[in-house]
Design a protein around this ligand. Structure first.
Ligand code: 13P
Length: 250
């Protein structure tokens, strides 16, 4: 059984007081040992404050990005060990905004995935096609190629620690959610990909989140699809009631 996993990607939003207040509200509301695993991924500068706000609760902490080197002259960057030092249990890698706005390639993401796993920090690795790619009928090819590139060289043991987030770029922040059938088709294909590349047991165990305009009113139907194991939530994760509504939907 794959435990549903709902993660909130706060992106570059909120201020320190707002981040701490939201974290405290979630920490108070998410039950320990509940049926849904919950993580929040605040901006890097607020990780430490949010860690304190959720201490002792069931809410887990994740970062939105990291660099693949362990330390050294890499101005502005943050290592996996630094994220762990401030309490991170997860790191989002290869988000579409990092791919399309910040120019990250599959090779960059692959280096980060290896560094995160080597440090013992499990990554949530994002894949997803643009609208042009979908309209050209290239969704499967694009998503599989992103997996080939960003997950290159992972052993079965390493892959078992990775969470995948399928986030169609056209659905992110647009209010245009993929239909449950559209999302399920890609999730099902991803599971086949992992079965071919590794084996049945690995493929059955890998958790694949959906991301892109997930809201309380569409979460339940999306999450009831057999191959959708959770959600990576942007806008709706910035308010406690809507994020908790999505968790309830799971
Ligand atoms: P929205 O939920 O705002 O569409 O963002 C999705 C996302 O990019 C999560 O990583």
């Amino acid at each position: 059984m794959r435990k549903p996993f709902i993660a909130g990607n706060w992106k570059m939003n909120l201020d320190r007081a707002g981040a701490v207040a939201l974290a405290k509200e979630l920490a108070a509301a998410v039950p320990a040992d509940g049926p849904v695993q919950v993580a929040i991924c605040p901006p890097a500068v607020y990780l430490d404050a949010v860690r304190e706000a959720i201490a002792g609760s069931a809410v887990e902490l994740g970062a939105q990005n990291m660099y693949h080197e362990a330390s050294g002259a890499f101005t502005g960057e943050t290592s996996a060990a630094m994220l762990q030092d401030v309490g991170c249990q997860w790191v989002i890698l290869g988000h579409s905004e990092r791919r399309h706005v910040l120019g990250e390639t599959d090779a960059d993401i692959n280096r980060k995935v290896h560094a995160a796993l080597a440090a013992g920090l499990p990554p949530i690795v994002c894949v997803g096609e643009t609208l042009d790619e979908r309209e050209a009928g290239r969704t499967q090819e694009v998503v599989r190629s992103q997996c080939d590139g960003s997950l290159a060289g992972l052993t079965e043991e390493q892959m078992a620690k990775v969470v995948i987030a399928y986030e169609p770029v056209w659905a992110i922040g647009t209010g245009k959610v993929a239909t449950p059938a559209q999302a399920e088709e890609v999730h099902n294909d991803l599971r086949k990909y992992f079965e071919n590349r590794y084996n049945h047991a690995l493929a059955e165990g890998v958790r694949i989140q959906y991301g892109g305009s997930v809201k309380p009113d569409n979460a339940k139907e999306l999450l009831s699809q057999p191959n959708i194991d959770g959600a990576l939530v942007g806008g709706a994760a910035l308010k406690a009631d809507s994020f908790l509504g999505i968790i309830a939907g799971a």
